[in-house]
Design a protein around this ligand. Structure first.
Ligand SMILES: [Zn+2]
Length: 302
């Protein structure tokens, strides 16, 4: 993707290097603690014990345990980090890259919203290292990038990109861009009411039903990422191999691929993001059509 020297979003906040540690916790009467995630970022399975603890904490704190998308749950708050603007352009490739990708998502979604007589209010994108506090609880780098509807922010630890390359086998700048565009897709879902409806509906659902609903939410975010890729193509900013990088990433982070890799056995009823084939398919639908009406993952088969 052509990104060097291009305009960066003003909505990316740099909190790298200022957080870390577990100095304060939210009403838990002591030091904060981590829910074990298996260290796998996306797809790191939680044991029953951890899930029970999460539900109890969620009930105590009044936090919907599924309010946060993609990351596994954080609890408590990290130490307060200092927010800074991004380093000067040209000083930090990853910050520049994220800034440009976020700007492109803002240009795209502003257009789409305007065409529907709506105004796009951009997400804040927070770069952090280690741990940080978020409106949805603790942000931990090991959770992978996530979107928090409560503060309308995307949280991303840039070390995830190294993990994406080495651990998930998904190298390339466009694989990284796809992840950002997917998270921004959740923000779009939040603005148009899809996420609020999801969070309302799942309160009365059993876990398998929640998982199935989650898959549809996630596949729509993939489709929206595809629409973003289509937009980048229209702007003549794609380079050879970009789309293949995104398609490969979609394959590597499919629930079946992750489960096969991490636990050696695939359990479809536990899927929350969709299979490799589904993720590739919905990204491609968005990419080929550039049309949000092609991203209805809620009616019909997926
Ligand atoms: Zn997601």
């Amino acid at each position: 993707m052509k990104w060097r020297g291009r305009k960066r979003s003003g909505n990316v906040v740099d909190r790298r290097g200022s957080g870390g540690g577990f100095g304060r916790s939210a009403g838990l009467g002591g030091s904060g603690f981590r829910i074990p995630t298996g260290g796998g970022g996306r797809g790191g399975g939680l044991g029953i014990g951890a899930i029970v603890i999460i539900l109890i904490i969620g009930a105590v704190l009044g936090i919907n345990p599924l309010a946060l998308l993609d990351g596994s749950l954080g609890t408590g708050t990290g130490t307060g980090s200092v927010s800074r603007p991004l380093p000067e352009a040209g000083q930090d490739d990853l910050a520049d890259f994220v800034g440009v990708v976020v700007q492109d998502t803002e240009d795209l979604w502003s257009e789409v919203f305007a065409a529907n007589d709506m105004t796009y209010d951009p997400a804040t994108v927070i770069l952090f290292t280690g741990t940080d506090s978020s409106g949805c609880g603790l942000a931990d780098a090991r959770m992978g990038p996530f979107y928090c509807p409560a503060d309308q922010s995307v949280y991303i630890d840039l070390s995830f990109y190294e993990q994406l390359r080495s651990q998930f086998g998904a190298p390339g700048d466009f694989a990284q861009a796809y992840v950002i565009a997917h998270e921004v897709g959740h923000h779009v879902q939040n603005l148009v009411g899809v996420l609020p409806e999801y969070n309302r509906a799942i309160r009365t659902m059993g876990q398998e039903e929640v998982n199935a609903y989650s898959v549809r939410i996630e596949l729509q975010a993939d489709c929206y990422a595809g629409i973003w890729a289509n937009y980048v193509g229209e702007e003549n900013l794609l380079e050879d191999g970009d789309i293949e990088e995104a398609i490969n990433a979609a394959e590597q982070i499919g629930d079946d691929a992750i489960q096969r890799r991490t636990q050696g056995v695939v359990i479809p009823k536990t899927f929350t993001h969709g299979t490799s084939a589904q993720r590739q398919d919905w990204f491609s639908r968005g990419y080929r059509s550039g049309d949000v009406s092609q991203c209805d993952t809620f009616s019909g088969a997926i």
